[in-house]
Design a protein around this ligand. Structure first.
Ligand SMILES: [Mg+2]
Length: 220
């Protein structure tokens, strides 16, 4: 049999503007009106471009948005609807080829669970920021101690994972993805949704869509 082994044993995927064509926090902010939406989107863009550390904007954005259970559920559905074409199949094929797939996100964990289910991934494959709601489903607090609310958090989480048994590839669009490069074997800037020069400049590979990423992973 002429089987080609995948090039990487572990694939770490950013979610917002990589796996899915949206920024979750910006979507949540839209429900708060145009003024809040504009402020939050500007903070998100500056953080993803590496102009502001993520830890400087994370609490500010959530204080403006304060998502409740219903908002998180709506966002959960949107993540599934906005999957970038070809990415769900890529995840399935990568796993079939023996690649471990991990979602590494600065997004809010409850809103990412429907996506996890859609991709058939176990709960242990998702690293995201926990949120606490009160008894009425209202926003109470987020996990301020999560490394993923900081610009260098993805690097910290990736470094703590058990050895992959081969090479690991991190795929993302933002500054915090590029900053995790020392903890993985390669970083691929994914530009299908957002292309940022500073991130592309630090990348070992660039993929502009799922097809290009499949090629890099050596998936058929
Ligand atoms: Mg992203």
């Amino acid at each position: 049999m002429n089987r080609v082994r995948p090039r990487f044993a572990r694939l770490l995927l950013d979610v917002d503007s990589t796996l899915c064509a949206l920024e979750g926090i910006d979507q949540l902010a839209r429900a708060q009106g145009a003024a809040v939406a504009a402020r939050v989107a500007a903070l998100t863009e500056r953080a993803m471009a590496g102009e502001l550390p993520l830890e400087r904007v994370y609490a500010r954005r959530l204080a403006l948005v304060r998502p409740d259970a219903a908002a998180l559920a709506r966002l959960g559905k949107l993540y599934v609807r906005r999957l970038v074409p070809g990415m769900a199949r890529l995840v399935a094929d990568a796993r079939r080829a023996g690649v471990e797939v991990v979602l590494l996100s600065g997004g809010l964990r409850p809103a990412l669970l429907p996506l996890l289910e859609r991709l058939g991934l176990p709960g242990s494959a998702l690293f995201a920021v926990d949120v606490e709601l009160d008894a009425h489903g209202r926003f109470a607090r987020f996990d301020r101690r999560s490394p993923l609310v900081r610009s260098d958090g993805k690097r910290e989480v990736a470094a703590r994972l058990a050895p992959a048994g081969g090479k690991s590839l991190l795929v993302g669009d933002g500054a915090s993805d590029a900053a995790a490069r020392p903890a993985v074997d390669a970083f691929c800037a994914f530009t299908a949704v957002a292309s940022r020069p500073k991130v592309v400049a630090r990348a070992d590979h660039v993929a502009r869509d799922a097809t290009a990423l499949r090629r890099l992973l050596r998936l058929r």
